[in-house]
Design a protein around this ligand. Structure first.
Ligand code: ADP
Ligand code: MG
Length: 230
């Protein structure tokens, strides 16, 4: 049986929880509340790719690019030289239409031959349906198209979902993304009884992943998952 090709996230302590890395070409939902470390996690994944010669694209609908770049410079990640060299694209888009966002993703990924991609966030990209419930179906179908397009590009993706696990156990806005994606990774930030962060892998296709709740820190090197037995 051929072994599944993996893309190391390079995030200390994380790859060993997922058989060495994300499945090459997979779409991975990274869910969590605001402030749980999703943006840092994605930038770390992309930074580590650049160190291995793998080009990356980060599309944000949340923050200004200069703001993100200066935030992560704290961790010693200077993306500017990779942007200049055409190896990294950090693009800020207005979440007007999911189909337009998908088109931009395809253009940027193809332009630099990106191997790694992150979208921040699918939640913002899909905003509007709560206000216009009659459009929920349309937006779902566009989100579904976007995820399938990423698959066909062969890029290994992190898709941020700006929500935590809800009352019914759902971890995405529409409750369907988690079935369409190959994996769901949930970041938590607990403030009861002292602040602590943890990560859980709720699902990962083709992977015998760690099933526990793993504490992590955001250090001066970015996200570091604490060393525990799997
Ligand atoms: N240099 C740092 N050292 C320690 N923690 C940090 C540092 N920079 C940011 N953080 C923590 O990371 C959080 C922001 O992470 P971020 O990835 O932007 O979250 P999200 O994208 O999930 O909203 C901050 O609220 C803070 O708690
Ligand atoms: Mg963020």
């Amino acid at each position: 049986m051929p072994t599944t090709e993996r893309i190391e996230t390079g995030i200390p302590g994380f790859d060993k929880l997922i058989e060495g890395g994300l499945v090459k070409g997979s779409t991975n939902l990274l869910a969590g509340n605001a402030g749980t470390g999703k943006t840092i996690f994605c930038m770390e994944y992309l930074w580590n790719g650049l160190q291995k010669g793998e080009n990356g694209v980060y599309i944000t609908l949340e923050q200004r690019p200069d703001e993100i770049l200066s935030d992560v410079a704290r961790f010693g990640w200077d993306f500017s030289k990779y942007i200049t060299a055409g190896k990294f694209v950090l693009e800020s888009l207005v979440a007007s239409d999911l189909t337009a966002v998908t088109t931009r993703i395809v253009e940027s990924v193809k332009k630099i031959g990106a191997k790694r991609f992150a979208l921040d966030s699918l939640t913002i990209a899909s905003m509007g349906w709560r206000e216009r419930p009659e459009e929920a179906f349309k937006i779902r179908s566009k989100a579904f198209d976007m995820l399938n397009t990423l698959k066909s590009l062969g890029v290994t993706s992190l898709i941020i979902s700006e929500v935590s696990r809800g009352e019914k156990g759902e971890i995405s806005k529409f409750g369907f993304e988690e079935f369409v994606v190959d994996s769901v990774v949930l970041l938590n930030y607990m403030t009861v009884g002292g602040a602590s962060r943890n990560v859980q892998i709720l699902k990962m296709r083709r992977t015998d992943h760690g099933k526990k709740i793993y504490p992590f820190d955001i250090t001066d090197k970015g996200v570091v998952v604490k060393s525990l037995t799997i």
